[in-house]
Ligand binder design. Structure first.
Ligand code: NAP
Length: 234
């Protein structure tokens, strides 16, 4: 279709799968990450720390200059810094909030202006089931990811009459670098998944692709779990 799809955290894992999905559909993908690495076929890759609003604004300005207005922004960049709350450092707390929540807001704010002007577009936040089910050690991450749901619904109402949709997907346990060092906990968690398997990044990419498509034009403010039944739609 040749739309401009901006994806943050596109260097690996879920973001890379999403970028590849849109490249395969013939879209022009601008891929943002700290490393600036991007899957083959992306129209542009940019090294950006999403926790820095000036860097985000500059990157989006550059991407729009090269590829035109953003048709869909996939707000995916995220980190974890797990630790039990009583022992969690200020740095652990702030690192996660800065990337996963502040960074998401900066990305949405920078991309939505051109969507509102064009009277079309979609913003899709990658949240998590963590705030639904409560995961010990993830107070910072759960707070940031729950924040995305409130952020998305406020934005959805702000731009609903302008043809712009804002939605959230909430992945369960997905096989990426982020979950690679969970060890035995990974086995225990996968045993709790009704479908009996850990998800793959491609399981997320197809749903994001749908939410960014014309078929999903009447869906806004939705939170869609993609978790093999782990949170049962909570
Ligand atoms: P991942 O493999 O660790 O990839 C994270 C991506 O985010 C990388 O591309 C990384 O690129 C980028 N990134 C991190 N901090 C950044 C920053 N400050 N600025 C720009 N880019 C940054 O993780 P993943 O599993 O694919 O996770 C992707 C998203 O899905 C995250 O938001 C995560 O919270 C969410 N999620 C994951 C799971 C799971 O089980 N894997 C479950 C639920 C939700 P660089 O290192 O190059 O910057």
């Amino acid at each position: 279709m040749n739309r401009h799809i901006l994806v943050t955290g596109a260097s690996r894992g879920i973001g890379a799968a999403i970028a590849r999905y849109f490249v395969d559909q013939g879209e022009r993908v601008s891929a943002l990450s700290r490393s600036g690495v991007a899957p083959e076929g992306c129209a542009m890759s940019l090294a950006v720390d999403v926790a820095d609003s000036l860097q985000v604004n500059e990157a989006v300005r550059h991407a729009v200059g090269e590829l035109g207005p953003v048709d869909a922004a996939i707000v995916n960049a995220g980190v974890t810094r797990d630790g039990l709350a009583m022992r969690m450092s200020d740095e652990q707390w702030h690192d996660v909030i800065a990337t996963d929540l502040d960074g998401a807001f900066y990305t949405a704010r920078a991309t939505m202006a051109s969507m509102v002007r064009a009277r079309s577009g979609s913003i899709i936040f990658i949240s998590s089931v963590s705030p639904f089910i409560g995961v010990p050690g993830q107070a910072n991450y759960a707070a940031a990811k729950a924040g995305l749901m409130g952020l998305a619904r406020a934005l959805a109402k702000e731009v609903a009459t302008r043809g712009v949709t804002v939605n959230v997907v909430a992945p369960g346990l997905i096989d990426t670098e982020m979950t690679s060092d969970l060890g035995a906990a990974k086995e225990q968690m996968s045993a709790m998944i009704p479908m009996g398997r850990i998800g793959q990044p491609a399981d997320i990419a197809g749903v994001v692709g749908f939410l960014a498509s014309n078929e999903a034009r009447y869906i806004t403010g939705a939170v869609i779990p993609i978790d093999g039944g782990l949170a049962m739609g909570l």
